[in-house]
Design a protein around this ligand. Sequence first.
Ligand SMILES: Cc1cc2nc3c(=O)[nH]c(=O)nc-3n(C[C@H](O)[C@H](O)[C@H](O)COP(=O)(O)O)c2cc1C
Length: 150
Amino acid sequence: MRPIVIIANTPTANTYALREAVARGAQQSTVPIQVLSPLEANSFHILQSSAVIVGTTENFGYMSGALKDFFERIYYPCLESTQGLPVALYVRAGNDGTGTVQSVTRILTGLRWKLIQEPLVFKGAWQPEFLKNAEELGEAVALGVELGVF
Ligand SMILES: Cc1cc2nc3c(=O)[nH]c(=O)nc-3n(C[C@H](O)[C@H](O)[C@H](O)COP(=O)(O)O)c2cc1C
């Protein structure tokens, strides 16, 4: 079975914990998962994936530089053959998140990937519940892939 690829930058303990929670949720299904930083991920990971979960911090009102670099590297190599790829997005933002959601979804629209749920924005002061929501996100994507609903 093609893996679900989880791509997220993790500059802090909280953001690392978020990515771990997403992976833990995704492990509730039989679908294999790959967890990568945006700097490690490349077009080959995407071309052989069943779905992608993208996570980023909001920095200066935009996605992380690492995630932007990822999209710049994979955009044209993936454009022809990944249309309709299921994708979910989560953002960790100190206080906003809007600019990041807009900038990432614009790229996802350009790639013609299929956003399978509303982007999840974990904003403001850190809340322990964020981890539960992140785990649920991973589980929802993995079960959807397993059941073939996307
Ligand atoms: C250089 C830099 C720029 C940031 N810019 C924004 C921003 O524009 N909007 C925002 O909501 N948070 C911003 N933040 C806060 C980060 O999104 C937040 O610290 C990060 O997601 C890590 O979350 P944590 O403190 O819970 O570990 C910025 C942080 C850094 C280091």
